[in-house]
Design a binder for this molecule. Structure first.
Ligand SMILES: [Zn+2]
Length: 278
């Protein structure tokens, strides 16, 4: 009798542990694991993104994308975009996605040349940053009649303030946009796990096609969504995507046997969102 009682207590304890364990698992990973499904049975999704709205994106990158009928995501800084306004309007008509990249492009003040009126992210607060982001959205609405759903953190920095006063601005981006992309993350995005407000981004500046292809092989496990990010496009350099590498990459990604679905950040996010709500 006593033994049975002890056993049933133990069984209850085990059951409780199991249900807590499953609760904890649900908190961390809300979705079932297993093969994730992308359009065309692709193993991975991939997005090509470009930051700042630099002139060479209109002059060099977009003609390459258009030639191969693929769409990119361009995170816009209004000052830069004004230099090729008509080109950007045509890009929108072609179906390319424009996102928000702030007006001030404020990063850590360690990038001295990127300080705005002498200040870096260390000297501003969330209210200041919100206005800066809203002014970029207002620019995109006025010039292109679009309200951006995608955001890229300048320099990949996600904070304001210094030391004990530091605050994350990730919650602000989560409130204002469907997605936020960071930079130099060395990982892809697991579709069943990734946080849309901190999507991982990987460099494609300064790389040969072969180097990019090898990096994709390393990043592609678990049906990951890989987001590549670049700046200028032309002859490869520290902040310049090599235009021949970009074209070779597009040809490679479009070949179904390589297993990639190439789409804009918002298209892939919408696909994953739909899967998550099923
Ligand atoms: Zn930038």
């Amino acid at each position: 009798m006593c033994k049975i009682k002890r056993m049933s207590r133990r069984a209850i304890a085990i059951l409780m542990t199991l249900s807590f364990a499953s609760l904890a698992t649900d908190d961390v990973e809300p979705l079932t694991t297993g093969k994730f499904s992308y359009p065309n049975n692709a193993r991975n999704a991939i997005s090509l993104s470009f930051d700042d709205a630099r002139n060479s994106q209109v002059d060099v990158a977009i003609p390459i994308l258009n030639k191969h009928n693929v769409k990119g995501t361009f995170y816009v800084n209004p000052q830069f975009a004004m230099e090729r306004l008509e080109g950007w309007k045509k890009a929108v008509k072609h179906g390319h996605e424009l996102g928000n990249h702030t007006s001030s492009h404020l990063c850590t003040g360690n990038f001295e040349w990127l300080r705005s009126k002498g200040q870096g992210l260390e000297q501003v607060d969330l209210a200041w940053l919100r206005k800066d982001i809203e002014s970029t959205t207002a620019f995109l609405q006025k010039q292109f009649n679009i309200t951006p759903l995608s955001f890229a953190y300048p320099c990949g920095n996600t904070f304001v303030g210094r030391g004990k006063q530091v605050k994350s601005y990730v919650p602000l981006i989560a409130e204002m946009f469907k997605t936020g992309r960071t930079w130099l993350d060395e990982t892809g995005n697991n579709p069943t796990y990734t946080d849309f407000s901190q999507l991982a981004g990987n460099r494609m500046d300064g790389m040969t096609f072969e180097e990019i292809r090898d990096m994709l092989e390393l990043l592609r496990e678990d049906n990951k969504w890989i987001i590549l990010a670049g700046h200028d496009v032309g002859k490869k350099g520290m902040y310049t995507v090599d235009k021949d590498a970009l074209e070779a990459l597009i040809v490679y990604l479009k070949d179904p046997k390589n297993g990639f679905w190439l789409a804009t950040v918002n298209e892939v996010a919408s696909h994953i969102e739909e899967y998550r709500t099923k």
